[in-house]
Write a protein that binds this ligand. Sequence first.
Ligand SMILES: C[S@@+](CC[C@H](N)C(=O)[O-])C[C@H]1O[C@@H](n2cnc3c(N)ncnc32)[C@H](O)[C@@H]1O
Length: 269
Amino acid sequence: MTEAWRDANRANWDERVPVHLRAYNLAPLRAGKGALYPIEAAELGPVAGLRILHLQCHIGSDTLTLAQQGAEVTGLDFSEPAIAAARALAAELALPARFVVSDLYAAPQTLPEPASFDRVFTTWGTICWLPDLTGWARVIAHFLKPGGTFYMADGHPTALVFDDDNALPSGLPGYFLPYFHQGALVQDDHRDYADPEARLASTRTYQYAHPLGAIVSTLLEAGLTLEFLHEHQAVPWRMFAALIEDADGLYRWPGQPWLPLAFSLRARR
Ligand SMILES: C[S@@+](CC[C@H](N)C(=O)[O-])C[C@H]1O[C@@H](n2cnc3c(N)ncnc32)[C@H](O)[C@@H]1O
C-alpha cells in the first residue's frame, strides 16, 4: 500500500516522534495524573471499564490517559516510531494498553475485532491527514458495537480557511485556502507545531480539507446517528498567533470571538 500521500505523511510523522517526546508535557501522565484537554474531558464522560479504540493515537499520551482512567485501550497509528514510543511509555508506567501499527484504512485487516468497541475516539489533527472520509467513517462503524459511540474533536474547518502566513495588518489571520478545497493540499514545511526550534527533514505533507457538512454526512451514511455537534471558541494549541492561552490550557480569541476554533461531535452506532 504505497501511495505518495501516505509515504510522505508517514515520513513526516515518524520524524516528529522524537521532537514530541521532548516537547509534549508528559509529566502529569508520568505522575499518574494524565488529563485530556477540557473540551473532550467534559464531553467524553466516564470511561472506566469501556473498550476504547483510539485512532491516530500518535505517541499514546491520550491513549494512556484513558488507560489511567480505567479504560481498556487500543491505540492505532501508521507510524512505527510513534507506536514504539507509545509501547515504551506504557511499559514505563506499567499501564495495560495495546498499540497497533496500521494505516487507518487497513485497520479492519490489522485488527480482526469488528463491532467490539464501546468507544472509538480521535482528537486534534486527525482527519486533515485522510484523503477519503467515506472510508474513514466505514472504519469507525466497523469497530463500534451496536449502541457504541464515536467521539471526535478537531480544529474547525472554517478556521482552517485562514492562517498566519497571510496575516492581516491587524494581526488577525488572513485568507489561506477555499473552504471547499478539493484534493490534496501539498506543502513543504520544515516546522513542527510543538517545538518552534525543530527543523524537519521530511518536509512534504499531503493534507485534506473536509467541510463540516461532509464530516457529519459521511458518519450518517456509515449508519451512525448524530448525538451532538458542538462548535467551540477555544482550541488546545496556538492555532493563530493572535490567540491567548487561558489557565485551562485552551487558546481563545482576545476580546470578541471571531471564528469558531474547534468542533466536537458524538455519534452512535
Ligand atoms: C496530530 S497527530 C494526532 C494527535 C494526537 N491526538 C495526540 O495526542 O498527539 C496525527 C497522527 O495521525 C497519524 N496518521 C496520519 N495519517 C495516518 C493514517 N493514514 N493512518 C494512521 N495514522 C495516521 C500520525 O502518525 C499522527 O500520529
